[in-house]
Design a protein around this ligand. Structure first.
Ligand SMILES: C[S@@+](CC[C@H](N)C(=O)[O-])C[C@H]1O[C@@H](n2cnc3c(N)ncnc32)[C@H](O)[C@@H]1O
Ligand SMILES: [Zn+2]
Length: 583
């Protein structure tokens, strides 16, 4: 008993956390710290947890903006103990739930998006490997019988029939055919011929249960609207739609629930590859996939063979399955629910730790819209009006977004036990969006404990080479004060925040600790400093939000040489403008 309470005390001290983070990151803390140290010393000591690529258990399906499992686990391990209730009210692809259960926590996840619930629910209920393999083989055999004849071409090497792997198009004009020949074992690429064009024009009866409906023209569908695409089926070529419909039909016949759910996810995971959204970039790393977070139809695109790519996805799902089973969790500890987290079905003070990653507002990812195609094929209905998002195409205003966050964080405060912690990851370049987050956490009653930047090891395509990427992902840890204590705002709230003096302090401190002083190092810490100052002063964050560019300018004014590094900063939100043509 004694032991428990003393270890709790250590965990409560921000200073102890810094020690732990530093130790885990093999960073030596140069000096002992105490709670009263100046913020700059804390920032110096804060190690930055570099995100690692996702373990194979997450390979089975894409989800936009998925958080790195190693960072999530590190926080869960630090802030909670086995048996504790850990909650994520914006669960997404379930990293908190899966990692929490793996770490023996009673992990709970809520999400409004039925796709997120389907995905995480399936991960918590994995079929056995032999059952999954057997079911996948039956499905592939059935679909091959139905549509294989539509994906054949002549092999240049042996003259026999080869399997089409993909066909390059420029708009509607077929260009070259890539094939693999099962007869002679060769693979090749050659210009398409008349027979290829003729085969692509064949029309066959599509199964009557093939999912289709009118497209709702939200933010992410504008590019389709401009191309005159009105129904989801129009994203596919005829034969690919046919093949996808046969796959779905065959999967729905699988009797074992877990196998069926996993196969449905193998289908939704490869669905984008069956559409005209796959750009034909030569030499593009990472294989043909849906890389940008909107629906679009590039002019130069590829028609991929659905059976081939479904089988590839099944192979990835098998890797996830093996990983989950080998490094697995007592899955009974995980619980997921389709739930609007503005009102949570939980008792007051029943949760030990919250780790969450709220929607980022502003130009942030449109989770609901981007899941529409997947949900259509899973026959899941989405309640898009309750989504916490900013979306001028669907009348989701900034006020709707801010009030949504207020409600969810008030609920988080209610369900969290007093004296316990909540970690929130966040990024944005818009001070108005930061203001919404700060207000929501502050008004709920949370005290800011620490803030740390998070870096990604592998930036996505849209993040690459964005030297001026204006933001880092912040990992913010808050405390629900023990009963009766409420966070007090600082009295000096009338002063102005100065980016230059923040840069100055941080550079001095980094130099004093003989640490790197690159623009990126300074930028990371200034971002933390900026957030902390505004949160604690109760002030509305203003336009001096740090960007790499203005941090570099401030360093130049101070006469500090700006070193460029190859590091890339995480920018989880897409680079695009708020539209002026929204309805
Ligand atoms: C930033 S994402 C979470 C991503 C997650 N961290 C991951 O690693 O996959 C935010 C999530 O909030 C969900 N969401 C939006 N409004 C919601 C609401 N009212 N209640 C519950 N979840 C909501 C979205 O569907 C989305 O999955
Ligand atoms: Zn051949």
């Amino acid at each position: 008993m004694m032991k428990t309470s003393s270890s709790r005390k250590i965990a409560r001290s921000p200073v102890a956390q810094l020690g732990l983070f530093a130790e885990a990151s093999n960073l030596a803390i140069k000096q002992p710290l105490c709670k009263n140290v100046d913020r700059q010393a804390i920032e110096i000591a804060l190690s930055i947890i570099a995100a690692e690529t996702w373990p194979p258990r997450y390979k089975m399906h894409k989800y936009w903006g998925r958080k790195p499992a190693n960072v999530v686990s590190r926080y869960i391990e630090f802030f909670s103990r086995p048996g504790d209730v850990v909650l994520d009210p914006f669960m997404g692809s379930g990293v908190t739930v899966i990692e929490g259960a793996r770490l023996q926590r009673r992990a709970m996840g809520f999400d409004l998006n039925p796709f997120a619930v389907h995905l995480t629910g399936a991960m918590l209920n994995p079929p056995t490997v032999p059952d999954f393999e057997a079911a996948a083989n039956l499905v592939v055999d059935e679909v091959e019988r139905a549509v294989r004849h539509l994906f054949l071409t002549d092999c240049d090497a042996c003259g026999l029939k080869a399997t089409v792997r993909s066909i390059g198009y420029l708009n509607d004009e077929m260009q070259e055919v890539r094939y693999s020949c099962p007869q002679c074992g060769r693979s090749g690429t050659r210009p398409s011929n008349a027979k290829d064009v003729e085969l692509a024009a064949v029309r066959e009866q599509v199964p009557s249960d093939a999912p289709d409906e009118d497209i709702l023209f939200g933010w992410e569908m504008q590019k389709l609207r401009r191309r005159g695409v009105k129904r989801w089926s129009e994203l596919f070529t005829h034969r690919n739609f046919l093949a996808a419909a046969h796959l779905r039909r065959a999967i729905l016949k699988v009797r074992d629930d877990n196998c069926r759910n996993w196969l449905l996810l193998s289908l939704t995971a490869s669905l984008a590859q069956f559409t005209r959204m796959i750009a034909d970039f030569s030499g593009d790393a990472g294989g043909p996939s849906w890389k940008i977070n909107c629906y679009w139809m590039p002019q130069k695109w590829q028609e991929l063979n659905p059976i081939w790519y479904f089988q590839n996805r099944v192979a990835k799902s098998l890797q996830s399955l093996c990983d989950l089973r080998e490094n697995g969790a007592p899955f009974v500890l995980g619980r997921v629910e389709k739930q609007d987290s503005r009102k949570m079905p939980l008792e007051d003070e029943s949760v030990d730790y919250i780790f969450t990653d709220p929607p980022y507002g502003g130009e942030g990812i449109q989770y609901g819209e981007l899941s529409l195609l997947w949900c259509l094929w899973l026959s899941e209905h989405q309640d898009l009006s309750s989504e916490i998002a900013f979306n001028p195409y669907r009348q989701l205003t900034q006020e709707h977004y801010a009030s949504g966050l207020e409600h969810v964080f008030a609920e988080c405060f209610r369900v969290l036990k007093p004296g316990k912690w909540m970690t929130v990851t966040f990024a944005n370049k818009d001070p108005v969006v930061w203001d919404a987050l700060m207000n929501a956490c502050r008004n709920a009653g949370f005290s800011l404990l620490t803030a740390a930047p998070m870096k990604r090891s592998a930036p996505s395509l849209t993040e690459t080479n964005m030297h001026t990427a204006p933001k880092a992902d912040l990992v913010l840890s808050f405390e629900k004060p023990a009963t009766g204590q409420f966070p007090t705002l600082k009295t000096n709230s009338h002063g102005n925040y100065s980016l230059d003096s923040s840069v100055h302090r941080i550079v001095k401190a980094l130099q004093g600790a003989s640490m790197n002083v690159t623009a990126h190092d300074v930028f990371d810490r200034v971002t933390v400093d900026w957030f902390s100052w505004f949160y604690e002063n109760g002030a509305r964050p203003n336009a001096v939000q740090p960007t790499l560019t203005n941090v570099e300018s401030a360093m130049a004014v101070l006469g500090i040489p700006v070193t460029t590094t190859n590091e890339k900063h995480s920018t989880s939100t897409p680079k695009r403008k708020v539209p002026t043509d929204a309805a």
